[in-house]
Design a protein around this ligand. Structure first.
Ligand SMILES: N[C@@H](CCC(=O)N[C@@H](CS)C(=O)NCC(=O)O)C(=O)O
Length: 203
């Protein structure tokens, strides 16, 4: 299998952590891809018209997207530890993960607006609105002891990717001070080799 990725992508990081934790990482070739917004990449658009990473390309050529579906696929191959297969917890985990992916989407949009869009045509209120969505999501998880000290699953993986991305692209946002329980959670998660090895390199 091949996984398109960038070391800067929090979505790709989520899949990398899951691949390590499920023991499948050795079966996956990491293929760096460049998908900068505003720039065409015809070759990549043939793999996915959404032109987003990560995607997983199976040995038979089939393509799996997006990051949640890839993690679910790997988890199923490995016997299912990261996403509960049934029962009420399944829906809680899927909903918590949807919130996390929405937070990542908003953080990415905020970054594109503030740091990638040409100076002079930026829309500050829109960027702030998206930042506030991510910030409000962090506040939600600060008050979720069931997640912070619960079983290691796709929600914990996703949350560590949110916090790592905040460090990587919004280093001065002050999330550690505002959310001390998330800080303690993040520090504990960094003890896992899969989490530590996938931290984005300095920008
Ligand atoms: N919903 C997708 C989001 C993936 C995503 O937004 N990836 C970013 C990289 S971090 C991307 O490819 N951005 C390029 C673009 O939006 O043009 C997933 O969960 O995989």
């Amino acid at each position: 299998m091949k996984l398109t990725f960038s070391p800067a992508s929090p979505f790709a990081r989520k899949v990398r952590i899951a691949a390590i934790e499920t023991g499948l990482i050795d079966k996956i070739e990491l293929v760096p891809a460049s998908v900068a917004p505003g720039q065409a990449n015809d070759e990549y658009s043939r793999i996915t018209p959404l032109k987003k990473l990560p995607v997983l390309i199976l040995d038979n050529g089939d393509v799996i997207l997006d990051s949640y579906v890839i993690v679910e696929y790997l988890d199923e191959l490995a016997g299912g530890r990261l996403i509960p297969g049934d029962g009420p917890r399944r829906w809680k985990v899927k909903t918590d993960h949807a919130l996390i992916n929405g937070m990542l989407d908003s953080m990415l949009l905020c970054r594109y607006e503030k740091m990638v869009r040409p100076q002079g045509s930026q829309w500050q209120a829109w960027a702030d609105d998206h930042w506030n969505r991510a910030w409000g999501g962090m506040a939600r998880f600060e008050n979720r002891p069931d997640v912070l000290s619960g079983p290691f699953d796709i929600v914990q993986i996703g949350l560590v990717c949110v916090l790592g991305y905040a460090d990587f692209r919004f280093a001065d946002c002050g999330w550690r001070k505002a959310y001390p329980k998330l800080d303690a959670f993040h520090q504990k998660m960094l003890e896992r080799p899969s989490v530590k090895i996938s931290v984005a390199p300095p920008a």
